[in-house]
Design a protein around this ligand. Structure first.
Ligand code: H53
Length: 812
């Protein structure tokens, strides 16, 4: 079908001339300006619109193909998306990079200059948000009919800078100048209720009528998500909260009460005002639950609307729909679907429950108790009274099932209940998520195993078949092709074609080249050139990177103890044969996470001390790169030699930075945690620097009475490092950091110190032998093909979603 027939649209051109004509049209008709007076912003917007048009074209064909085939859909519900900058990716995915570079010459500007204006939407915190972005990329690349639903926060993750040696935060008004990648669709607005009370419905035992006390509008906009090497363009649909018309109080305004007149609208709009800046920890604020419900209610109504475009029978709903819950954040979707089906569409409870359970699947991303969300019952009662009633009923029926399976096991019933009975009764969202879904998965093998054996053990006993593992992955387009063009070209040359971009296991073809001296030389040259571009330190030094959120379990403090020990060693023996290192840290700490901010402060202070030290500074340099985000990751990852993945075993669910770095030829120094284990198994033990306790040993040590002080007493170098910190040699916060490590050391930092230092010596031995190091680096890339998010999506599609591709026809 030619969609343009009948509406008389012309085809968009593909030559440089045609592209340039379209670019100029965008400038004239959509920016309302001319080449002569075009600002850099005009040039950027005109280019973005011109590229977007090409994708919109494919989007129209995708929508038509999807409509025609009425397929089974994947709906990905996520409170976070870290999509990264859009322009460069969309140029690549639309194949217009070269013609665009030519065309923008009309503005007298280079493409690189224009790309500088492309702001990344920072609508997420860290791993979980970036994973969502990689998965939507891969779903489109694999032609899976999918929509990603999320929240369009006005303010994304805060901008970080270092002021007076510590983290400072500024708001991220990312769309202040507009966002050319986004389409708003006011017609698909939804209405969401909060608060209020419920009333019986005449003639029904089960149905209730909810009378909300507050009404908020959800206005959607969407961004295009093109697949690579295919025609599919899916969307991410983001909801923004708006006050309803009734929320503006004209009579108050007329009476001169201007603030009061708009207060209700302001309250409504606050729901999507700002992203909560906590990664892997939950603060349990009312506004956060409001955000979650807002996302779920808008998205489910949209999903139902879409379902009803082609289907009538509710019994087909679960056949046509799978809703993937990204962590517990969107779990309120389970009682919301029940409410919609029972109260609004009049289905019986059992039928609705059967549909609901078969519709949802849940991905758990953590083992940290503080990340497993629970909400006070009294908060639910006030904010979502009908949902609490539904949760009670779900729980009652569920506990009957448990009781029937394990008669008389009251303790088990108490443990498994969706309602936790402590000092304060709380709704346990992870339990609700397991009960209300068809499949539950962890994000790396170890993580899935620990979920089954610890946190969710009772549930795995009850429903063993429900529990699965799907190891995370990353997009090779963004994190190799776009981030590291030099390496991509070398890989393509080495393999003979670029089919690795959509089938990353092809990288294994590099293995024979690991022993080829000429290839190795070029490999080294790529890494060096990337380091020069990054400009973080001497490109001939070992570039040692630790880039991730700041959290005590990730153990930036362990890295710091290593650096301080190196500082001491070099001072004591300035004539030693030291391996020059640049240690690069980047990452944000949650603004309220005092201990993590102390560590940032300490890192900066140690860095300044070393820099001022003429003896040590030729060998050791600390760089703290501010405002870590996707764009910065794309610059650092290609330049890294050594990848620090040093969390306490059993704490990092997976990690995905570890994958990006290994794919770019960095060698990992790491514990047996998360996906490190799978990386090591693939790249080979000899190409991975292992240290530390394993998850079992760590748990035993914690239980068996751990004494951090014993390590301090025993190890003179550790003692020296901690003493220097505690004495305030690097500033006043040192005392607090040292006290926490010596007093309790929640994450067994001191227990792993010596083993970590030994592994770092092995790193230096390898580094001194460039042929060995380069071989290890090539083999890391060659054997990391498994860690493509295309593979992750294929796993979900086959084992959890049971969906197939829909091919979108090319334009002929
Ligand atoms: O999710 C990543 C994992 C990583 C894990 C992270 C994560 C968040 O970013 C936020 C909340 C949460 O529960 C987990 O910490 O290990 O790689 C993607 O799965």
């Amino acid at each position: 079908m030619d969609l343009r027939q009948g509406i008389g649209l012309r085809r968009l051109g593909t030559t440089a001339d045609e592209f340039q004509q379209d670019l100029l049209s965008s400038l004239y008709y959509r920016r309302g300006t001319t080449v002569e007076s075009a600002s850099a912003r005009d040039a950027y917007e005109a280019l973005a619109l011109t590229v977007r048009d090409r994708l919109a074209d494919r989007r129209a064909r995708t929508a038509a193909a999807h409509y025609a085939s009425n397929p089974r859909w994947v709906y990905y519900l996520s409170a976070e998306y870290l999509l990264g900058a859009q322009l460069e990716q969309n140029l690549l995915y639309s194949g217009t990079g070269e013609v665009a570079a030519e065309a923008v010459k009309a503005f007298g500007r280079s493409l690189e200059e224009i790309e500088e204006l492309d702001v990344e939407p920072g609508l997420g915190n860290g791993g979980l948000g970036r994973l969502a972005a990689c998965l939507v990329d891969s779903m489109a690349t694999r032609d899976i009919p999918a929509v990603g639903y999320g929240i369009r926060y006005d303010f994304g993750i805060f901008k970080q800078s270092v002021e007076d040696g510590g983290q400072a935060e500024r708001p991220d008004d990312w769309a202040f100048q507009g966002n050319p990648w986004e389409f708003t669709a006011a017609d698909d607005r939804q209405t969401v209720g909060f608060y209020g009370h419920t009333e019986p419905v005449a003639g029904s035992e089960i149905r209730r009528h909810w009378v909300p006390g507050e009404i908020v509008l959800g206005e959607p906009s969407h961004m295009l998500v093109p697949g690579y090497g295919t025609e599919t363009v899916n969307i991410v649909r983001l909801w923004r909260a708006r006050g309803s018309e009734a929320s503006f109080d004209l009579s108050r305004f007329s009476a001169g009460q201007y603030a009061e007149a708009v207060q209700e609208a302001v309250r409504a709009e606050n729901i999507s005002k700002v992203l909560y800046p906590d990664d892997s920890t939950e603060l349990g604020r009312e506004l956060r639950l409001k955000q979650q419900y807002f996302l779920c209610s808008c998205s489910l109504r949209d999903i139902i609307r879409r379902f009803r475009l082609r289907n009538q029978d509710w019994d087909d709903f679960a056949e046509k729909t799978v809703v993937q819950l990204n962590d517990t954040h969107p779990t309120i979707a389970i009682p919301e679907l029940m409410r919609l089906l029972v109260d609004e569409y009049g289905l019986g409870w059992d039928r609705a429950w059967s549909i609901t359970r078969r519709t949802f699947a849940y991905t758990c991303h953590t083992l940290l108790p503080e990340a497993l969300e629970t909400w006070p019952v009294h908060l639910f009662e006030r904010l979502l009274p009908r949902h609490l009633e539904i949760i009670y009923l779900i729980n009652m029926l569920f506990l009957q099932e448990v009781e029937a399976r394990f008669p008389g096991d009251a303790e088990r019933v108490r443990r498994m209940s969706i309602i936790g009975e402590g000092d304060e009764r709380r709704v346990r969202m992870a339990h609700l998520a397991v009960v209300g879904t068809e499949a539950v998965n962890g994000v790396a093998e170890l993580h899935s195993k620990l979920l089954r054996e610890t946190v969710l053990q009772d549930f795995a006993d009850l429903w063993p078949a429900k529990f699965q593992n799907v190891t995370n992955g990353v997009s090779p387009r963004r994190f190799v092709k776009l981030a590291n063009p030099r390496l991509s070209d070398l890989i393509t040359e080495g393999l003979g074609d670029d089919s690795w971009l959509t089938d990353l296991e092809h990288l294994a073809g590099l293995e024979p080249l690991a022993g080829d001296a000429a290839f190795a030389e070029r490999w080294r040259a790529v890494k060096r050139a990337n380091k020069v571009d990054l400009g973080a330190g001497d490109p001939d030094s070992l570039t040692d990177v630790m880039i991730k959120r700041f959290h005590e379990y990730k153990r930036q403090q362990l890295k710091l103890l290593h650096v301080i020990t190196m500082y001491h060693r070099i001072r004591e023996n300035p004539a030693g044969d030291w391996v020059p290192r640049t240690v690069l840290f980047a990452g944000k700490a949650a603004p309220a996470y005092h201990a993590a901010k102390n560590i940032i402060r300490l890192i900066n202070a140690v860095g300044a001390t070393i820099e001022a030290d003429p003896v040590v500074s030729p060998y050791l340099k600390i760089v703290f790169a501010e405002n870590y985000n996707v764009t910065l990751a794309e610059r650092i990852v290609p330049a890294a030699d050594l990848s620090e993945q040093i969390s306490l075993a059993g704490k990092e669910a997976s990690g995905t930075g570890n994958m990006k770095l290994a794919l770019n030829g960095a060698i990992t120094i790491g514990t047996l945690d998360g996906a490190n284990i799978e990386i090591r198994a693939r790249v080979g033990e000899e190409n991975f620097f292992l240290f530390g306790l394993d998850a079992f040993q760590a748990a035993e040590m914690r239980i068996g009475g751990y004494h951090p002080r014993a390590h301090y007493e025993r190890d003179a170098e550790l003692r020296a490092a901690l003493d220097a910190i505690a004495a305030g040699e690097f500033g006043g916060v040192g005392r607090e950091v040292a006290d926490s490590l010596l007093g309790w050391d929640e994450y067994l930092t001191l227990a792993d110190y010596r083993s970590y230092l030994d592994a770092q010596e092995e790193v230096e031995r390898a580094w001194r032998d460039p042929a060995r190091w380069t071989r290890m680096s090539i083999l890391n890339t060659a054997h990391s093909g498994f860690f493509s998010s295309d593979r992750t999506v294929a796993d979900y599609a086959a084992r959890i979603w049971r969906v197939g591709p829909v091919t979108v026809p090319r334009e002929d």
